[in-house]
Design a protein around this ligand. Structure first.
Ligand code: ADP
Ligand code: MG
Length: 382
């Protein structure tokens, strides 16, 4: 009997059954646009520059082919993924572990803030895929505790973020320490000059894959703004939260200090809010994230760095308590909601002096944020 295979299905890509099974377990019914474009190219051996916004499924776009390209008999490190933050490294590690589950793939994340001994033991137990932040990967190379002689696939995930965070030298050091006979993939939301330069230097005849701008905007996100003055922000925010019936909300502030102050202010008003930023140690950050993911806390107050790339499901609201410094950051922030086709609301508090910036942002994004009047106490009491 004839089997009908959809044109763009994981099956039609010729993936092995352990991987297909894993994708099914994960609830991935069909590949996202970036996955459709990149997975076959990577399987054919191409280097890739993949450009797509947050939330488009880049992790599986490289995770699936990595699992397929591994020599499952060898327990040596064959794939190295670099990610800008600890949280992202952990997240990528979790996703590749899931994709590789039925194939028995060994994935080890290595990042700063965790003991070297633990990581060394994990590496000694046989790591086929290593996911790490550049600084820590470099330290392990220098200590001789991470051997990359058998690496045949290298991925730079969120390459623009890694450069922004000052990791360029570490990244180059690492690229110079992996065999040149390899495949290199670079994924990035944006491709500024520095990324193009890096690609020219370290990629071989890369295929450029990008998801067109129209597909970048996440249509299901409702984008609104409220005009506020600084002294009204906290009360205004709490009324907005009540009006919106916000459940799982991430709120962004500009600085760590403002994150702490806002989290405290919200707690004092009876909200289950927690702060996350770079001053917390890894254990604390993981705990905060876990409580938010499990719904123990409803509101996560974050700096941009702490929230970078975090994949948290079912976030109903993203709130820009402070307007983001640039449009890209805005896109990154609101990408925390409306993930994988779910709906979400992005709310921005705008000070009178920030209007010009808001208009500029709207122009760049070809969107118009809906203006809403700040709810009054009466609105909320009803
Ligand atoms: P990006 O790296 O582009 O920001 P992620 O790889 O983190 O995006 O994916 C965003 C979310 O979408 C994750 O929760 C991921 O599990 C989910 N996802 C990715 N690909 C698919 C797919 N093909 N079907 C369903 N969900 C997917
Ligand atoms: Mg990603």
């Amino acid at each position: 009997e004839e089997e009908t295979v959809k044109l763009e299905s994981f099956k039609s890509m010729g993936l092995t059954s352990p991987v297909l099974k894993a994708l099914e377990d994960m609830g991935f019914e069909e590949p996202s646009p970036i996955q459709v474009k990149t997975i076959p190219l990577i399987l054919q051996g191409h280097d890739i520059i993949g450009q797509a916004q947050t939330g488009t499924g880049k992790t599986a776009a490289f995770g699936v082919p990595i699992v397929e390209l591994l020599d499952h008999r060898s327990k040596k490190v064959q794939a190295l993924v670099m990610a800008p933050t600890r949280e992202l490294a952990i997240q990528v590690s979790e996703e590749i572990t899931k994709i590789g589950r039925h194939a028995g793939v060994k994935v080890v994340p290595i990042y700063g803030g965790q003991s070297y001994d633990r990581q060394i033991r994990a590496l000694e137990h046989g790591a086929q895929v290593v996911i790490g932040t550049p600084g820590r990967v470099m330290d392990h190379i220098r200590r001789g505790t991470l051997k990359l002689d058998n690496v045949k696939v290298v991925v730079l995930d969120e390459a623009d973020e890694m450069l922004d965070m000052g990791f360029i030298e570490d990244v180059e050091f690492i690229l110079q320490n992996v065999p040149t006979e390899r495949q290199t993939m670079l994924f990035s939301a944006t491709v500024p000059d520095a990324i193009s330069r890096l690609a020219r230097k370290y990629l071989r005849h890369p295929e450029h894959v990008s998801i067109s701008p129209e597909r970048l905007t996440v249509p299901k996100i409702e984008q609104v703004y409220y005009e506020v003055r600084e002294h009204e922000k906290l009360d205004g925010l709490s009324r907005i939260l009540d009006m919106e019936g916000a459940e799982r909300t991430i709120i962004f502030c500009r600085t760590k200090k403002r994150v702490d102050e806002l989290a405290e202010g919200l707690q004092a008003r009876g909200y289950s809010a927690e702060a996350i930023h770079g001053d917390l140690n890894q254990v604390q950050r993981n705990r905060v994230l876990k409580r938010f993911k499990e719904g123990v806390s409803e509101i996560l107050v974050a700096t941009d760095v702490a929230a970078r790339g975090l994949d948290i499901d079912n976030v109903t609201h993203v709130i820009n308590y402070d307007l983001s410094q640039d449009t890209e950051t805005y896109v990154h922030r609101i990408g925390r909601t409306g993930r994988a086709g779910k709906s979400g609301t992005a709310i921005t508090l705008v000070l009178p002096k920030e209007f010009r910036q808001l208009r500029q942002m709207e122009k760049l994004l070809h969107v118009r944020l809906q203006r809403r009047p700040l709810p009054t106490q009466e609105d909320v009491a009803e």
